[in-house]
Every structure is written in structure tokens, then in C-alpha cells.
Write a protein that binds this ligand. Sequence first.
Ligand SMILES: Cc1cc2nc3c(=O)[nH]c(=O)nc-3n(C[C@H](O)[C@H](O)[C@H](O)COP(=O)(O)OP(=O)(O)OC[C@H]3O[C@@H](n4cnc5c(N)ncnc54)[C@H](O)[C@@H]3O)c2cc1C
Ligand code: SF4
Length: 514
Amino acid sequence: MKKAVWILGDQLSMKSSSLAAIAAGTDLVLMIESLERAREHNYHKAKLMLLYSAMRHFKLELEDAGYTVHYDELGEGKNFLQGLKAFVKTNGVTELAIMQPAEAAADAFVHGLSQGIGIPVAITPNNMFLTPREAFIAKHRGKKHLVMEHFYRDMRRNLHVLMTPQGEPEGGVWNLDKENRNPIKTKISIPALPQFKKDSIDLEVETVVNQYFKNNFGTTANFNLPTTRLGAEIFFDHFITHRLPLFGDYEDAMLQSELVLFHSFVSPLVNIGLLDVMTLVRRVEAEYHQGRAPLNAAEGFIRQLIGWREFMYGCYWTKMSAGNYHDENFLEATRALPPFYWTGDATILSSGSRKMNCISQCVLKVREHGYTHHIERLMVLGNFALIAGVRPSEINDWFWECYLDAYDWVVTPNVVGMSQFADGGFVATKPYAASANYISKMSDYCSHCRFDKNAKTGETACPFNYLYWDFYMRNESKLRKNPRIGMAYVLLDKKSPEEKSDIAASAQKFFDGL
Ligand SMILES: Cc1cc2nc3c(=O)[nH]c(=O)nc-3n(C[C@H](O)[C@H](O)[C@H](O)COP(=O)(O)OP(=O)(O)OC[C@H]3O[C@@H](n4cnc5c(N)ncnc54)[C@H](O)[C@@H]3O)c2cc1C
Ligand code: SF4
């Protein structure tokens, strides 16, 4: 009897349940880089670099811990099934363990694997998440709308995070989001990210990625993320010391010249298992208790991890267990994704060749770094696709391919659900649609833009302004009855027929010129 475990690229945790199912000295570990899988999408080069370099470093970590690892490097014609079959045959493996994959396609593959490789396959629970997905599905199956806040409060109680001994939330309130919406309008000092020097494995992987994926989106030139667990811990420590205290205050702020501001940038590392969610949560909680981080920062950060992250995972699996979340399109949006999501040049010919500065700058950030923070995703790039009526599956694929932290289980509920409202409000209570007013309030993008953020219609008007109202007019039959959107229709009803027709005409001219 020869046992082995197959570790997927987003399961780089020493605590994974599949590793616990084997013995370090005698059993085997398999890791595979599949060229066929990587070529299914036009993934950002830096995303592939992070994944493969972190996998190769994880192999060394496993070997240091006494495991024997068989590692299949990228190569033409290589895929998972062929790699698994060869491994089983060469090593006489009689039983394979795999931790339940987080993504549905991989999960389906693993469930059919035993037949493909001719030996029993044991699937162990995915312990990189705090909430077993089966429990989440059982509780929420069949519901039309879920509320993250309810889930989050349960998580705080169950995990006893930021709770008083009396069972009350620290500070007497559950959620301090209202305190976390300050723009940055004066000069403040924003800490630089720590710099990581590429080691020989990073450099080797960088060469390989640029060889196999030379025509993919993005670049590896600005790659500056850790690819080892120790590096990831140093990266997080730096956030705790330098950025956490103001994380809450400026969580929603955007600046053209800044990528990360006071965010953590840990999602690419957490999502592949280099950082463990509860370790991060307890660290942040301790910072609050020791007086080094205010409650709005600690609560805000913890809510993202044990609230939004876990909730999105559960929502994804609830949807995927009942159909295909990718195909949902509640608003029946059919427009193709404009090419400027790839080029970063959002020049609108029909508007006197003015460039939409916020969109162009955000796309350039994505191209150079594979990252923008949450508000730029939601209120600039996602917001535009929503109000322009872009097909949800197209913008979902774009986010999936272009961001370093994007995996199906997290990108799809965030894009199809939260950002595009394509699930009809399963994840979000209302569409995140906004005009230039919001972008101008929360950023400095508009002060670098030739569009007029105050004009409502016409050639010089910011397209967000008329597309916003055009969105509500186009989707009236689906949205008017939603009580959370009532105010938009109260305001729309106050507009004269001429104003409405100017809005529709400006929007049409914009679309014709795309
Ligand atoms: C349109 C859109 C697409 C998104 N795509 C992804 C994606 O592909 N991968 C991804 O991990 N997140 C995605 N998010 C969620 C969120 O924007 C990112 O997790 C966050 O911006 C990552 O940056 P950070 O690590 O600096 O986050 P911080 O602001 O520092 O937050 C801390 C952590 O909380 C977690 N988190 C926060 N919000 C969410 C959320 N809504 N869903 C899941 N986890 C969350 C992340 O793990 C993050 O690292 C998306 C959001 C939107 C609106
Ligand atoms: S005016 Fe502001 S919101 Fe409008 S396109 Fe320009 S930067 Fe974006």
C-alpha cells in the first residue's frame, strides 16, 4: 500500500487536511504545474509567476519538513491527468488524498479522478476556510437574498473575535463601516511597501513565465510580493506596523499615484495558503487590545476576512451547487467589454477624444501590478461595466485573468454578484452604481481628467453621470420595486422628459462611439 497526496497550487498550507492524511517519512507528495490549465485563460504574467514560484518554494518547505515531493514543472503537452497517471504508475501509488478544491472546475475534476487514474481517491475537507461549505449551503440553499452582516455577527460570536467577556461586540457596535469612508484630501504620509529581492527560484520562474506566456496580459517587471511563507509573514508584519492603524480611516479612499494606500495587499498570499486567516485575525485583534490599532481599523480588517471572504466562499458554493453562477445575468446585459479594459486607453472619440482618467489609470495599475484595491474594483472598473451594461461573464473573466488574487470562488461572487448585480441581489442588497460625484469625492482622479465631473449630459460631461441615470432608466422594470433603490427612482421621477431624453441621447452617442 503506497499512499500519496496531490497538493494544488492554491493549497500551499502546511496545515492542509490532505497533508495530515499522510506520513512524512514514508508517503509521497505530488505537485504539478499544468501548462494546459494555465493556458485556459489569458492570466496576468505576475499571477502565474507568484503561483509557480510559491509552489516551488513550498516544495522546499515540504522537503525541509521531511516529505518526499515529486514535482512536475511546466512543459509543452503537460496536463494534470497525464502527470497524475505517470506519477501513480512510476511510484506504484495505491491511494491518493486531495484536499477539496476551492474552485468548482477543479472540484469536478477531482471527483471524477479515481476512474481516470484507477486507484481510490480520498477527498479531505478544505480547512483553508473557517466555514465548511456544506454547512453554509445547507443553511442558505433556496434563499433569494443573503445578508453578510448576519453571517459576520455569527462568525464573531462563534470564533469569539472582538467580543467582550459578556458576549457583546467590542466598543458596543458590530460594524464601524460608517467611520471608514474618509477621502484623502490633504497631503499625508503613505508608507511604502517593503521591497522583496527576487531569489534564484523567482528569477527562474520569471524566465519560464515570460517564455511560455509571452503574449499574456501584464508584466512581471514590477513583481514585488513574497513567494515564501516567511516572506509572507514579514509582509503582513509590515502592514500591521505601518498601515493597519489608518486602514479603517482610509479604506475607501483612492489616489491616482498610490496603489495600496493603507490596505494590506495580502489577498494573493492568503488565497494560495501562504498566510492563514485566523493567524491574521488574532494578530489584528491583539493590536487593538494592546492599543496599537483603533477599533475602526481592527474591526474593518477583521470583517473583510471572517465576514466578506468567508461569506463569498459560501455564496459561491451555494450558487454552484444549484447551477452555474458564471452565467447569471439578472439585468440581461449584453454589451461586449470595451477594449480599453486591456489597453488602458479609455479615450472616447465621440466625446471630443477625452480620456476617462479614472478607468485608464485603474487599468494601468492592473496591467503593471495585477492589483487595485477594493474601491477601485467596485466603484470604478466594476461600476463602469455595470452602468454600461457589459455582459457579466465578460467582466468576470477580465477580473479573473487580470488580478493576482483572482480565483473562481472569490472573483465570481464579487463580480457577478456584488459588482454586476447579475444574481439579482443574492450577495448585494443593491447595485453598486455611482456617478462622478462618488469618484470625485473619494479620489483625485477627476482633477486629472478632461471630462467635466459636474456636467450631466453632452460631449464634455463625465460619462458616469449620464450612464448612471441611463442604467436606472434601462433597468426600471427590474429595479424600481427594490426598496433599497427607491431613492434613485424618486430622483429620476423628478427629471423632466427633456432631461431624460438628453440622458438617453448622451448615453447612446457614447455607446455608438465605443
Ligand atoms: C469587482 C471585484 C472583484 C474582486 N475580485 C477579487 C478576487 O479576485 N480575489 C480576491 O481575493 N478578492 C476579490 N475582491 C474582493 C476585494 O476587493 C479584495 O479581496 C481586496 O481588494 C484585496 O486586497 P487587499 O488584500 O489589500 O485587501 P484588504 O482591503 O487589505 O482586506 C483584507 C482582506 O480581506 C479579504 N477581503 C476583503 N474584501 C473581500 C471580498 N469582498 N471578498 C473576499 N475577500 C475579501 C481579502 O482576503 C483581503 O486580503 C473583489 C472585489 C470586487 C468588488
Ligand atoms: S470626470 Fe472623474 S469620474 Fe468622470 S471619467 Fe473623469 S475621472 Fe472618471
